[in-house]
Design a binder for this molecule. Structure first.
Ligand code: AMP
Ligand code: ZN
Length: 114
């Protein structure tokens, strides 16, 4: 997707702090962190929301979350806990139309999130 910021970041056309890359997903530091650790795990495939996932995409969903967990562990978030979030669509507050898993930690989070 030529006009998609996350497609361009994953293609190394737009600068970002890339902290992880494999054949299916990459992870970056969020540009406006809402917690001491705030990463985004992003599929290389341009998918807008979870609504676009098909049964055959289940391995990709699995990869997104195993990478999220690995990065959280590497940053020492495993024992105290951390939050993973996917905002899907306008009412959820999605601002970038390329699906991403927020991985946030290093502080206490409240529930419900508002
Ligand atoms: P969401 O509102 O769930 O779509 O989340 C989008 C996230 O992407 C926000 O937390 C933004 O701060 C973050 N973001 C937007 N543009 C960039 C960028 N160029 N590099 C890193 N993070 C970004
Ligand atoms: Zn994209």
């Amino acid at each position: 997707m030529p006009d998609c910021i996350f497609c361009n970041i994953l293609a190394h056309k737009t600068p970002a702090k890339i902290v992880y890359e494999d054949d299916q997903v990459a992870a970056i530091e969020d540009i406006r962190p809402q917690a001491p650790v705030h990463l985004l795990v992003i599929p290389r495939q341009h998918v807008v929301t979870l609504n676009d996932f098909k049964a055959q995409d289940e391995p990709l969903l699995g990869r997104l979350f195993t990478v999220a967990a690995r990065l959280a562990k590497e940053r020492g978030l495993e024992s105290k806990g951390y939050r993973t979030v996917i905002n899907n669509g306008a009412w959820a507050g999605q601002s970038v139309a390329h699906l991403h898993v927020h991985v946030m930690g290093g502080r206490v989070f409240h529930w419900p999130p508002g």
